[in-house]
Design a protein around this ligand. Structure first.
Ligand SMILES: Cc1ncsc1CCOP(=O)(O)O
Ligand SMILES: C=C1C=NC(C)=NC1=N
Ligand SMILES: [Mg+2]
Length: 222
């Protein structure tokens, strides 16, 4: 199979839903199914923060989510936990600046998808050198979901990376909703990643659908 191409990933990353057990208002499995029916294109299991599962409970929960993604051919990535990603034969991992170094993770995961968080040009360049397939850049807007998130940077950071020759697939993250998603794409992101816009929505399906439509409209403007 080899590494996924940048072009393929650019298309796949458009509507990137991230979720863990503590982000959910309703049944997490029903929520993921609704989000998929609504039109998400990429999924990340992120089990972190207050009340996060661990050990065998976390593995069982992840397996259930992975099975739903596999049924609908949605890429299933694991946040932070590289060993869990390998144990599940996940499609890839996402790591932050404070996690294991990207080049070490790349050696562990082979051709699986590697996403790396980046907040500035230096971190972006280093992640690319160390084998990242895409960057998660943010927080773009203020967010309550990640309690230790850095200062919101606005869409300017996306424009700055593109103006300085960063061509790798990028998703914006942080406080993104259907109302601000288009400006994230216009500023240079290939897609958006969201937690609460879908996980706290009354209708995850409706929310995912509206987000997907906004992204596709913005991509067609380019
Ligand atoms: C994981 C993460 N990284 C930067 S902001 C954030 C949380 C995004 O959550 P939301 O989409 O609910 O703002
Ligand atoms: C912190 C993160 C930034 N970006 C993405 C895509 N996922 C994350 N967990
Ligand atoms: Mg991390």
């Amino acid at each position: 199979m080899g590494r996924i191409s940048a072009k393929q990933l650019q298309e796949q990353l458009r509507v990137y839903f991230i979720m863990g057990s503590n982000n959910c208002k309703k049944n997490p499995f029903d929520m993921l199914k609704e989000a998929i029916e609504g039109g998400i294109t990429f999924f990340q299991f992120r089990e972190k923060g207050q009340g996060a599962l661990s050990g065998v409970e976390k593995v069982a929960f992840a397996k259930e989510l992975q099975a739903i993604c596999q049924k609908y051919s949605i890429p299933f990535l694991v946040n932070d936990d590289v060993d869990l990603a390998l144990a599940l034969d996940a499609d890839g991992v996402h790591i932050g600046q404070e996690d294991e170094r990207a080049d070490i993770v790349r050696r562990k995961i082979g051709d699986k998808i590697l996403g790396v968080s980046a907040h500035n040009l230096e971190e972006a360049k280093r992640a690319i050198e160390q084998g990242a397939d895409y960057l998660g850049v943010g927080p773009i807007f203020p967010t309550n979901t990640k309690t230790d998130a850095k200062e919101a940077q606005g869409v300017e950071v996306l424009r700055h990376l593109r103006e300085h020759g960063i061509t790798i697939p990028i998703v914006g993250i942080g406080g993104i909703t259907v109302d601000n998603a288009k400006e994230v794409i216009r500023a240079g992101a290939d897609g958006v990643s969201v937690i609460s816009a879908i996980s706290l929505a009354n209708s995850p399906k409706e929310s995912a659908w509206r987000l997907a439509k906004a992204i596709d409209d913005a991509l067609h403007e380019k």
